[in-house]
Design a protein around this ligand. Structure first.
Ligand code: PLP
Length: 455
């Protein structure tokens, strides 16, 4: 049995962690948490600590940890057929079944899915789908993609560019020239305090129109947005936002990509977030909740209209020249089939709606009038608490104080994991969809306690 000291040494000497301060970590100045086991909404580490994981990993373990149904489906698939590719018409029972299950759960006009491995690669695929689409339509100049500031769409080259968070651009020379950003639908950070929600929605729509005007609609292929901003701060859109945005895109022949990597499969209390907000996308990105992260798998769901153009294109030009070795990996697909069945069998979409409403209330009651809380917001089982030094005056904490990181650290000491969101002083919550009201009470109580501990 390896000792903790040995593992910590190997970790510092060999392992480059995601989104981590490499220098501090190599010097042993930041902690390594070695996670060992998990069940339901709880994880345990090698030091014997047990935590309620109120962020479901990275908002992905939607059915909760330790589901034997999924583990067994993965093992069975690995024994029978660990791998075969999906090129030139190959498939497996699992990948075909999952494609059917995804189509059943997608909006009615969307019936075909292209599988990838991660949310990032699915969005890379989406951009290529858009470029291909406009090439087939004889409009190759329609290449630019509009994204929103504070959107998160991945960490690749084009997806890191689509992401509208500056820490993901700095020192990489991003965003790429093909990507342009528009206003974040972030009412709490509206340009003027006296703006009503309706006025702010009109302002976002006007900003979008102005950007389209500046860039030229003939140069713009698509708009990408999460139904509710996720990594950018867990921000539901202001009332009427999607109703205002969609006609503008239609008018200018701009395709709409709904990035549902977080919101797909129940997180907002509806099967898809698009349904929740009345969004009619041309393409939907799915990942996390597709397998609840038991195995990596993502997908790009295309509308019947987009598929018609893909058919026309391949009839004219031959096979679609895009694929990953692991597209539709059978083990991921088997995990997906077992996972989506569990979401249904356990009634998790309904639980997300009901326990989600209870959670939003619990957070508002316990934290809404705290002297350092500027905003409590969310939808379904996705919520955020935004901290400010003086909410009445609208004064923010200094970033250097790392207030949110301290609060989240104090929460962990009380046995609850939340996420310090990467930009701003925002505590994020997105627990597994199987969480109970008693467990969300604990999350709200511990958050309130940690705020007192730190401030
Ligand atoms: N899109 C959204 C909305 C996300 O939240 C994420 C990841 O958090 C991604 C895309 C990228 O997914 P991945 O990290 O699997 O590449």
């Amino acid at each position: 049995m390896l000792t903790n000291d040995q593992l910590n040494q190997w970790d510092r000497e060999h392992f480059l962690h995601a989104s981590t301060h490499f220098a501090q970590h190599a010097r042993g100045e930041s902690a390594t948490r070695i996670v060992t086991t998990a069940d339901g909404v709880h994880i345990e580490d090698r030091d014997g600590n047990r935590f309620l994981d109120a962020f479901a990993g990275l908002y992905c373990v939607n059915v909760g940890y330790g589901r034997t149904e999924i583990a067994e489906a993965i093992a069975k698939q690995a024994h029978e057929l660990a791998y075969y590719h999906s090129y030139v018409g190959h498939g497996t029972e699992a990948s075909i079944t999952l494609a059917h299950m995804v189509a059943e759960r997608a909006p009615a006009h969307m019936n075909r899915v292209y599988f990838g491995l991660s949310g990032s690669d699915a969005n890379e695929t989406n951009v290529k789908l858009v470029w291909y689409y406009w090439n087939v339509k004889g409009r190759p100049e329609k290449r630019k993609i509009i994204s929103r500031w504070r959107g998160y769409h991945g960490s690749g080259l084009v997806t890191g560019s689509l992401t509208g968070l500056t820490p993901f651009h700095a020192k990489f020379g991003l965003p790429m020239a093909e990507v342009v950003h528009t206003e974040a639908p972030y009412y709490f950070r509206r340009p003027r305090r006296d703006m009503s929600e309706a006025e702010f929605t009109a302002h976002c729509a006007a900003e979008l129109e102005a950007l389209i005007e500046r860039e030229g609609a003939d140069n713009i292929g698509a708009f990408i947005g999460e139904p509710i901003l996720g990594t950018g701060g867990i921000v539901p859109p202001p009332a009427g936002y999607w109703e205002a945005i969609q006609p503008i895109l239609k008018k200018h022949d701009i395709l709409l990509i709904a990035d549902e990597v977080v919101t797909g499969f129940g997180r907002l209390g509806t099967m898809m977030g698009s349904t929740h907000y009345g969004i009619t996308p041309d393409i939907i990105t799915i990942a996390k909740g597709l397998t609840s992260a038991y195995a990596p798998l993502s997908g790009s769901i295309v509308s019947d209209g987009v598929f018609k153009v893909l058919e026309e294109g391949t009839d004219k030009f031959g096979p679609f020249g895009h694929g990953w070795t692991y597209s539709a990996h059978p083990i991921g697909a088997a995990a997906g089939v077992a996972n989506l069945k569990l979401v249904d069998d356990l009634g998790l979409v309904q639980n997300s709606r009901e326990t989600g409403a209870y959670f939003q209330n619990a957070l508002r009651e316990r934290l809404g009038s705290h002297r350092f809380v500027g905003d409590v917001r969310g939808e379904g089982l996705m919520a955020a608490v935004e901290l400010q030094r003086d909410p009445d005056a609208g004064t923010d904490f200094d970033a250097a104080d790392k207030t949110t990181a301290q609060v989240v650290g104090a929460m962990a000491k009380h046995g609850v994991i939340a996420r310090a969101m990467p930009q701003g002083e925002i505590i994020g919550f997105a627990p597994p969809l199987c969480i109970t009201p008693a467990e969300v009470d604990k999350v709200a109580d511990v958050t309130a306690q940690a705020l007192e501990d730190v401030t």
